[in-house]
Structure formats: structure tokens, C-alpha cells
Design a binder for this molecule. Sequence first.
Ligand SMILES: *Cc1c(COP(=O)(O)O)cnc(C)c1O
Length: 365
Amino acid sequence: MSTTSKDMAVTDYGRGSSPRLRTSLDAIPVYVPGKTAASGWKLSSNENPYPPLAGVLEAVTVAAAQMHRYPDLHSTELTHRLAEHLSVPAAHIALGTGSSGLLQQLMQITVDPGGEVVYAWRSFESYPIVTRLFGARPVEVPLTGGEAHDLDAMAQAVTDRTRLVFVCTPNNPTGRALHRDELERFLDRLPVDVLVVLDEAYVEFNTDPHCADGVELYRDRPNVVVLRTFSKAYGLAGLRVGYAVAHAPVAEALRKTAVPFGVSATAQSAAIASLDRQAELMERVDELVTERERVHKALLEQGWTVPDSQANFVWLRLGEQTTAFVDHCRDAGVIVRPYGQDGVRITIGERQANDALVVAAGHFR
Ligand SMILES: *Cc1c(COP(=O)(O)O)cnc(C)c1O
């Protein structure tokens, strides 16, 4: 029999020591993806439950036939389509391998070791990971009792060592979104040489008219960069494409730090095809928003405290009941996402999945 990788794993390579890796890696938590449901509904990853629209799949298939070629390095067509879609100059757009890729690039273009990065906590799990990855110091500002960003405390946490501020709105995992006026006051208080990242991964689900639109706010603010993604509302999580909108110096720096050819031809063509089918996509988003409101109301009626969500998920702060709730839901065929002993995030899925969740929640305790 030939040598299997299992045999290789037990081979003694001699010295028993491993290469010297950066010790800062020891402090970095490994990103925990939502559990995959062996059976049952997966409401643990903020994915869009809808399969790709027919035309999108066809566009991807055509692009896939060219996989022996490198893709267009500059994603020229997608960049221009986005520029048109958002009414911004093409020079203000930088594409990335999901906004996760852009988060790393934002660290690369701003922080030196010892620099500080300010963000709310809890917020997106990648912030502490990328911050430590680049040797910067995380400055985590607790959310308010209402699960929103404490913008006053965040402004006070900014020092002359701060290089980056992450603002996630709507906030993952709590769903709360910032209003335009409070966000503008916050931005006005910050030094102009500190880059502020408005992470709007869920912006398409936001139906609150008082909320800020990052693409409006960035226009007269050279220190603001907006992050958006095709992974959530557009349902292209598996293809890895997101974008940043910022003034030319920041956008150009982001393009310099991109992994060459990281955004595949299939990802580029799926994004373009999705922009072509904006109306159909937004119909699906509307359905998810309707479901979000239905689930929110049902949970309130059961007596849960549920913050207003402007995203495709809801948040329950369960404290020490977190694990018990996750296990209870799993036994009822629904996978939800625990965050330590803080609480649980529940993605809005297809109607049947949401029904199963509501029934399970009603039987808890
Ligand atoms: C999902 C998510 C992202 C990034 O997703 P990508 O798939 O990498 O584009 C960024 N920010 C937040 C807050 C998210 O929830």
C-alpha cells in the first residue's frame, strides 16, 4: 500500500522542534465559523438562504470555462459597474476577497506594531483577530446596555496612538444600527489622521430611514472608508468578493496591498450579474426583512428581550444560559451561533427554519 498522509503524520522528523513563528500568533483566537448542520436548519452563519439567481449561475459557468487564465487584475468591469451603482469615481473603489480580505489590507496600510485599533465589543469577530495579527493593540469599548455602539466612549478611547477605528453598522452580532446624526457627531470629534472604517456588511437589510449611509458620509471625509460585501444580501459568500469605498489615497493603498488576482473571474462575473439583477435580489432581501420582523415580534411575544435588528439576524443576550439554549435549539433541529457566555445570534433563514426556531425558543425554560 502506498504511504498515506496518516502515516506521514507519525513520521519522526528528527528534532522535535518547529520553526520559530511570531509569538504574537499565540494570542490570536482562531475564527470560529458557524457550525454546519449535519441535519437541521443552519442559522449560524448569516448566510443568505436563497440559492443563486438563475442568470448569476450561468454567468459564473461561462467565467469558469476560463479558469486556466488569471482573472482581470483590476476587476475593471466590476469596478466601473460599482462606481456607476454608487455614484462615486472608479478611483474610489478597491475590491477585495470579501470584506475580510479588505480588513487585513486596512491593517496593512495603517498600523505599525504598537498602534491602537478601537472598536466596540461585542462586534465582528474578525476585528480582534486582524488587530493582533498585525501586532497592533486592540482597544475594545463595551456596547451600551441597549446593545449599540457607545460612540462617546469610543471617541474618548482614541489616543495619538490610534490608527484605525472599526464601526460596524448594523452591528454583528447585535443587529443595532447607528443613526446618521450620531455617527456624524462622532466622526466630527475624531482626528482627521485616524482612518475610520464603516463596516456595512448588512447595509442592504437596513430599513431604518434615520440610519447613516456610509457612501454619503465618506464623500466629504477623506478619513472614512466604507466596507461592503457581496457575501450577505447578494448571497455570494462562497465566491469571496467585497469592496471598499474611500478617497483616492486610501483606495489606492488598498489596491497596492491586495493579493494579486485574489478576486476570481467567477466572483467578478457573479457580482456583475447580481448588479444586473438588483431588483430581483432586493425582492429577496425584502422577504428576509419581513421574516426578521416576524421572528422579532414572535420572540418579543414570548417574553424575550430582543434588540432592534437592521440586519439578517437577531441577538439574544442569554449570559450563562447561552450553551443550554444552543443545545436546546440543536435538539429541535436548529443550529444557532453562541458567543462565549454572552449570548446567541440567530440568522434569519427560510420561513420554515424561522418557524422551527420560534417554536424551539418558545419551549425553552
Ligand atoms: C460577514 C461580515 C463581513 C465580511 O464578509 P466577507 O464574506 O469577507 O465579505 C465583514 N464584516 C462583517 C461585520 C460581517 O458580518
